[in-house]
Design a protein around this ligand. Structure first.
Ligand SMILES: [Zn+2]
Length: 215
């Protein structure tokens, strides 16, 4: 198997995959892994791209359907929220403490919020607020949210210093997760390797998190 990734201004990253076993072109729109075109080994990439263009409307509607589905699946029933809150109040502070200790951050206190529109926030006094919805995220995205807020303890804006620190700690965490066989981390690191953004880790993880909604 060999392949390459192209970036479409509307559809985002698209993986073109050549397979020796593949006999005909096919397109897959996956809710988490994104859009991929599988093609026979001998077919040029340009043909795969043209094939994708010919099915563009279908791809767009599939992406929209997936996003709707995802948004629904991450929203728990009202009776589930209580147990989620109980778990969040133990698990999120514990995880925040672990990450803070590992990367040398010191925060004041942590509060778990519900009904917030942001995933988290960090005050100038070093108080961190975390959204209950973080519990619905895959582990690596949960840690990304926590690390983002921890980095704000040192840099209160989203300037270059903040981003360099965030890239550094998130890369370290991703490598650890890949070593532990975390499938999400493996998939995300492939996207990061193909990203041309200035801060590729943040770019890819921020995009990924848009597949989920706060509640
Ligand atoms: Zn921020």
């Amino acid at each position: 198997m060999t392949g390459k990734t192209i970036t479409d201004p509307q559809l985002g990253d698209i993986v073109l995959r050549k397979s020796r076993r593949c006999r005909r072109l096919s397109i897959r729109v996956h809710p988490v892994n994104g859009i991929s075109v599988t093609m026979p080994y001998v077919v040029p990439y340009a043909v795969g791209i043209a094939f994708l263009q010919s099915k563009r409307d279908w791809v767009i509607s599939s992406v929209a359907r997936n996003q709707e589905k995802l948004a629904k699946t991450v929203r728990p029933a009202p009776e589930e929220i209580d147990s989620l809150r109980t778990r969040a109040k133990t698990e999120l502070p514990r995880r925040l403490e672990e990450l803070a200790a590992r990367y040398g951050f010191i925060y004041n206190k942590v509060t778990i919020k519900h009904n917030a529109t942001n995933w988290g926030s960090c005050s100038s006094k070093g108080n961190i607020n975390l959204n209950l919805s973080i519990m619905m995220l895959p582990e690596i995205l949960r840690d990304y949210v926590l690390l983002h807020e921890l980095c704000h303890l040192r840099h209160h804006d989203h300037g270059p210093a903040f981003h360099l620190l965030l890239e550094h700690v998130c890369t370290d965490r991703l490598l650890e997760a890949i070593g532990q066989g975390d499938k999400d981390a493996v998939m995300l690191s492939r996207k990061i390797a193909c990203s041309k953004a200035r801060y590729p880790v943040d770019h890819v993880l921020t995009k990924e998190i848009r597949n989920y909604r706060t509640m």
